[in-house]
Ligand binder design. Sequence first.
Ligand code: PLP
Length: 352
Amino acid sequence: MSSGQSGEFNLNSLIRDNIKALKPYSSARDEYNSEIKDMVFLDANENPFNNGVNRYPDPQQLKLKELLSKIKGVSGKKMLLGNGSDEVLDLVFRAFCEPKEDNVITLPPTYGMYEVLANTNAIEVIKVELSNTFQPKVDAILEASNKNSKILFLCSPNNPTANSFEASTIEKLLKEFNGVVVIDEAYIDFSNEESWISKLGEFPNLIVTQTLSKAYGLAGIRLGICYASVQIIETLKKIKPPYNVNELTQQKAMQRLSNLTEVKNEIEILKEEREKLILELSGIDFIEKIYPSDANFLLVKVDDANKRYDGLIAKGIVIRNRTNQPLCENCLRFTVGTSTENNKLIKTLKEL
Ligand SMILES: *Cc1c(COP(=O)(O)O)cnc(C)c1O
């Protein structure tokens, strides 16, 4: 049905009416925040006795965004931070999708949260399976979409298939899909592909999400990043809870981002471990296929996924059984661990 963006991209026509009309909650820290020393803050009903976290956190996370901006080369005005990318994705749903009316498009097999968030927001999910090489089928996607298709989710590198989508395919979808395109780059740091954050100026319907949960080693603090045009970010800001990124998270993220050598080192180690793991796994007789990986995990086809999953659990190793996902019959997903953990996995697999 859909056949290319007709003329100018019109963001306003995609945003829900109630969100357009919404006046955001104005928190005490939004109304007055100053760098002047010795200001007396009696505006937010906080406990005044200092313990490090007795004050509300900065609702705009300006310092953290400034640091991220230097690292990523994107203005802080084009960023929205959330309690994990899951919160950020939920905000995108609420900004664009009218419950019981609109729909989103997902490309299974993919990250399960898109559908969970759609369901919690009463939004229909139109599923268009990936090709058998795990690439998006552009024509099928455009055909399946209609005037109520507000969001297309592209997870690249994709979880659980581990591959990146071809840049030309993504670009075609950015140009032709009549809604916003969310590129979930949770695993981008393990890939040789370039991030799409450098293309924000080129595609007004582009939203990129990243997270500190994977390569940055901070899953416990919950920090997700959304990059988009200033207009989209301003819309999302209107609906985000005022203090959605807590003080401890902001502090810990700043600390980690100030020592990028350590992060980069760990990524290099994990990429080497990934290659070692591929070599070792290819020597195991019940492993039928190891899919190429641009991420910190491997999708592996075995003779009998349920049997091998249970076998590993019995020996104290937890992996993910993806056999019930489309195109993933008898597939298991292994996260790349430390060298010790990976050796244990290999040793155990050999004993099964
Ligand atoms: C792990 C993962 C995330 C991370 O979500 P957070 O809420 O930021 O921890 C996002 N997308 C995909 C595809 C993932 O696999």
